[in-house]
Design a protein around this ligand. Structure first.
Ligand SMILES: [Zn+2]
Length: 274
């Protein structure tokens, strides 16, 4: 097997950019109480209070690093991002790329193992696979693709992509991006928990698309113990299994790029699973 090429953050960001972006960086969201008409899967239920809290944290984590703002929609059915449960989804979650005309359904399967504790309860805890999954689905809904040309195939659920065959470059792992299917161990990292924030390549990619959020925690922020970051994921007395990405106090002056419009034909590569 030939050795995989190594990609810089900039090269990885190109891989992660689907070409579908929101034109207006003020994005509306909702937690519908009835099943949106254009959702393909049955078994609808509204998110639980804990799931709503987790989803709002995920939105806050993405807007912390990129120049995008999320606002609750007046009408839940016409929000740009609609979060809800569908128990008949053949995966843990699914979301499509930004769609100005129809909005995006962020589907979660509340009965899928990836969203459950070992006891079979809905898991919305920090460091959970469910949180990482939702970071991934919202990544799709903001315009990020998988790092390689692979996807979950609902017709062949047992034929999952694997790192050796499907990763196109070495850094396609959950050490660098929550959009990867492959564990951090493939890039020689030992993560014993799931990512609780967007990771290095996710942050670089989303900032290339929307620009950096220059106002996030400008002061002397303390991460970890006795955190002043005002996010539970950064407080290690609450999040006891942190895998987070430390932005430091780097300035991303170069990162505000011209917002690109859809450069791929409509309809292609949409409907991503997991
Ligand atoms: Zn995906």
């Amino acid at each position: 097997m030939p050795k995989k090429p190594s990609y810089s953050a900039a090269e990885a960001a190109e891989q992660l950019d689907s070409g579908y972006h929101w034109w207006d960086p003020v994005i509306t969201y909702s937690f519908p109480l009835s099943h949106p008409a254009d959702s393909e899967w049955g078994g609808f239920s509204a998110l639980t209070t804990d799931q709503v809290q987790m989803a709002e944290m995920v939105l806050a984590l993405w807007s912390d690093v990129a120049d995008i703002t999320f606002v609750p929609a007046d009408d839940s059915q016409s929000a740009e991002l609609r979060f809800f449960n569908v128990s008949e989804l053949p995966a843990g979650g699914q979301a499509s790329f930004p769609d100005e005309a129809n909005g995006v359904n962020v589907h979660i399967n509340p009965t899928h193992a990836s969203n459950l504790t070992e006891e079979g309860e809905l898991d919305t805890s920090l460091g959970s696979r469910a949180l990482q999954l939702l970071l991934h689905e919202v990544g799709h809904a903001l315009g990020l693709s998988h790092p390689g040309a692979y996807d979950f195939d609902p017709d062949n659920p047992d034929d999952a992509p694997n790192y050796y065959q499907d990763a196109e470059y070495y850094e396609d792992s959950k050490q660098y991006t929550v959009m990867s299917y492959f564990d951090a161990v493939y890039t020689d990292a030992q993560h014993y928990a799931y990512a609780s924030t967007p990771l290095l390549h996710d942050i670089y990619a989303i900032q290339q698309i929307y620009g950096a959020n220059m106002s996030t925690r400008e002061g002397d922020t303390v991460y970890g113990y006795n955190s002043t970051a005002d996010r539970d994921v950064f407080d290690f007395t609450i999040n006891t299994s942190p895998v987070i990405c430390d932005l430091g106090r780097r300035r991303h002056r170069h990162a505000r790029s011209v917002r690109r419009r859809d450069r791929r034909p409509a309809g292609s590569r949409n409907g991503r699973l997991q």
